[in-house]
Design a protein around this ligand. Structure first.
Ligand code: 13P
Length: 254
């Protein structure tokens, strides 16, 4: 272990797996989970799987449940939506916010994300907050300030005690589901930059304690190298989290 930060591997199932398939996958992951390694393993199944997967995870030390999204209001006439309070009520510990798919396909902007962040924290959820640049921004060269801009806009209004409940996840859009992973050096560069910005806002000691995950085509074959970077504290895994063996192998990659 390189530092005192919490290491996390989170599986974002996105819109995959029927209910039965999801329960089977969660069961396989729970059976294969080696709880004594000090790594927190998080599963983020679709909404309707939450309660049942939560029951499987309850009592498994070192594993927790996350929602993939929540609404910015606590309750109300918002047909089709699910609130942070509801997620909390079935045992979720985290909610993923700011994922590029939500930004891109559902028009979620910084202002909305700020409201969702506030609501989730109020409801007692911790947050896995995603940020990341498109290929165009990467090639334009201004990617460091673009990504820190996303983080500042949605999170830097928070006080330190609230920010302590936010895990950042750097997910370059060009690496998501493309098989094209960021190189360990590219990930490290961004993570170190994010930590520096956290340090400027909340102090260096605080920044040193904050977990920052990498996501984007993270697989058993590249996880070890990515996680060995000094500022990479784990991963947010999409495709490879849908196969128990692959996901468990990534969890063992520290
Ligand atoms: P992939 O691991 O499938 O590239 O997805 C990453 C991701 O978006 C996790 O939230």
């Amino acid at each position: 272990m390189q530092n005192q930060r919490k290491q996390i591997v989170a599986g974002n199932w996105k819109m995959h797996k029927t209910f039965e398939e999801g329960l089977e996958l969660a069961g396989q992951i729970v059976s294969g989970f080696e709880g004594d390694k000090g790594v927190e393993v998080v599963l983020a199944p679709p909404f309707i799987h939450q309660k049942a997967v939560g029951e499987l995870l309850a009592g498994v030390e070192g594993m927790s449940l996350a929602g993939q999204n929540c609404h910015q209001e606590a309750f109300g006439a918002y047909t089709g939506e699910v609130s942070a309070e509801m997620l909390r009520s079935v045992g979720a510990r985290y909610v993923i916010l700011g994922h590029s798919e939500r930004r891109q396909y559902f028009g979620e902007d910084d202002e909305l994300l700020r409201a969702k962040v506030d609501r989730a924290l109020e409801a007692g959820l911790d947050i896995i907050f995603c940020c990341g640049e498109s290929l165009e921004v990467r090639e334009g060269g201004d990617f460091l300030s673009f990504v820190t801009g996303q983080v500042e806009a949605a999170l830097f209004h928070l006080e330190e005690s609230s920010m302590a409940r936010v895990v950042l996840a750097y997910e370059p859009i060009w690496a998501i589901g493309t098989g094209r992973t960021a190189s360990p050096e590219q990930a490290q560069e961004m993570h170190a930059h994010l930590r520096k910005k956290l340090g400027e806002r909340y102090g260096v000691a605080f920044a040193e304690r904050q977990t920052i995950l990498y996501g984007g085509s993270c697989k058993p074959t590249n996880a070890k190298e990515l996680f060995s970077q000094p500022d990479v504290d784990g991963g947010l895994i999409g495709g490879a989290s849908l196969v128990a063996e692959d996901f468990l192998s990534i969890c063992r990659s520290f």
